[in-house]
Design a protein around this ligand. Structure first.
Ligand SMILES: Cc1cc2nc3c(=O)[nH]c(=O)nc-3n(C[C@H](O)[C@H](O)[C@H](O)COP(=O)(O)OP(=O)(O)OC[C@H]3O[C@@H](n4cnc5c(N)ncnc54)[C@H](O)[C@@H]3O)c2cc1C
Length: 337
């Protein structure tokens, strides 16, 4: 096991702050992963599995072992005239994997094109975009259960997927995902209902979209509206869209008729966190080299802050002002350490 000591985590997460870790190792096999965990346990060190660091904010030095997940490989398990089953290593780059599927016209993940990160992190918060969540296309997840010290295969149902949630997010650090099985369709039901996708397809004169034309539309939309984390530190949406009761929704809509909200069921509404933040005047605001992105209020960007705590404090100020104005508590989507 190649162990590095006191390394800067700056290159390993998309906010690129200068926090460090006491120990760091990268694992390319399941055996190396077990060895790293055993080392951490026997040396009384805490440990953390890191993908590409695009959904994490380090607010202080990490006292323990950072294990960078680098188990790769895409394997076809089964193929029929209608579908294909794939097993994909947790360290595979998500965007590359989606492009691979799109090139073969295997449908399901095209709306999730260009989301940064690794395949193994995708189930953690059930990544979603443009009307699709990854959990819909996951058959099962192979993970190491660090509590029972055994390998487990967790079925889609047992993953407990919901909006930006899963059992992996609830039981932090218990399951280390090593590979994910996907079920993709050769005759996919394409999801073009999202407004921006419809508009791009219309502008391009595409009446009968393919898996590829949808992926291209999503890539175009994302590239034009989201900041590139390689150029400007960010972790995508910093907050989840909050769920509120119908009673609170009825009060808010009277006071704020332009509030953006969607009914989830008879008693619950999901409201657009970006709208709430923008209505509090945060969009485009910068303080201490941290900003609320000018084109999308849900994204916090790092213009040069070296400490993750500065970004955390900025997010806390947003949470407080939304709470005061609307009585709604925003929840962070990004993992905070
Ligand atoms: C510009 C931008 C746009 C984004 N857009 C979207 C979007 O549209 N939709 C969306 O849902 N997300 C989006 N995100 C968030 C992010 O891309 C996803 O959450 C992605 O899945 C994170 O992958 P990662 O490998 O970088 O995870 P990391 O940031 O490395 O890790 C995230 C969490 O998962 C844990 N983890 C990582 N890998 C494993 C593993 N193998 N086993 C167990 N735990 C693990 C980590 O410990 C950490 O708690 C965006 C981020 C950026 C920067």
């Amino acid at each position: 096991m190649k162990l590095q000591k006191n390394i800067s985590l700056q290159p390993y997460h998309s906010f690129a702050c200068e926090e460090s870790a006491t120990f760091y190792t990268a694992v390319q096999t399941k055996e190396a992963l077990i060895e790293a965990i055993a080392w951490a346990k026997s040396n009384l060190q805490s440990y953390l599995v890191l993908g590409s660091g695009s959904n994490i904010l380090f607010t202080k030095q990490y006292n323990g072992l950072v294990i960078k997940m680098e188990i790769t490989g895409i394997q076809k398990l089964q193929e029929s005239p209608s579908e294909v089953l794939l097993q994909v290593g947790a360290g595979e780059n998500w965007t590359h994997f989606v492009s691979y599927c799109v090139q073969k016209s295997w449908g399901g993940l095209e709306n999730l094109s260009l989301i940064p990160g690794t395949v193994g992190a995708a189930p953690i918060q059930n990544i979603g975009a443009y009307g699709v969540e990854v959990g819909e296309h996951i058959l099962s997840v192979d993970a190491y259960d660090t509590v029972q010290s055994e390998w487990v295969t967790i079925s889609q149902l047992d993953c407990g997927f919901s909006y930006r949630e899963s059992i992996f997010k609830k039981e932090v650090n218990r399951f280390i995902i090593c590979s994910v099985q996907f079920k993709l369709s050769k005759q996919p039901l394409l999801r073009t209902d999202y407004g921006a996708i419809k508009a791009v397809l219309h502008d391009r004169g595409i009446r009968n979209p393919s898996v590829e034309s949808i992926a291209n539309a999503v890539i175009f939309i994302r590239s034009s509206k989201l900041p590139d984390p390689k150029k400007l530190g960010n972790a995508g949406s910093f907050f989840k869209n909050p769920m509120i009761t119908k009673t609170l929704y009825d009060q808010l809509i009277l006071q704020f008729p332009s509030l953006i909200a969607y009914p989830i069921n008879d008693n619950t509404y999901k409201i657009a966190a970006g709208w709430l933040i923008e209505a509090c005047g945060w969009k485009g605001v910068t303080k201490d080299q941290v900003g609320c992105y000018k084109d999308q209020a849900l994204i916090i960007v790092n213009y040069g802050a070296t400490k993750g705590k500065t970004i955390f404090d900025f997010s806390e100020a947003i949470i407080q002002s939304v709470k005061v104005k609307f009585g709604v508590m925003l929840e962070r989507e990004v993992s905070i350490l």
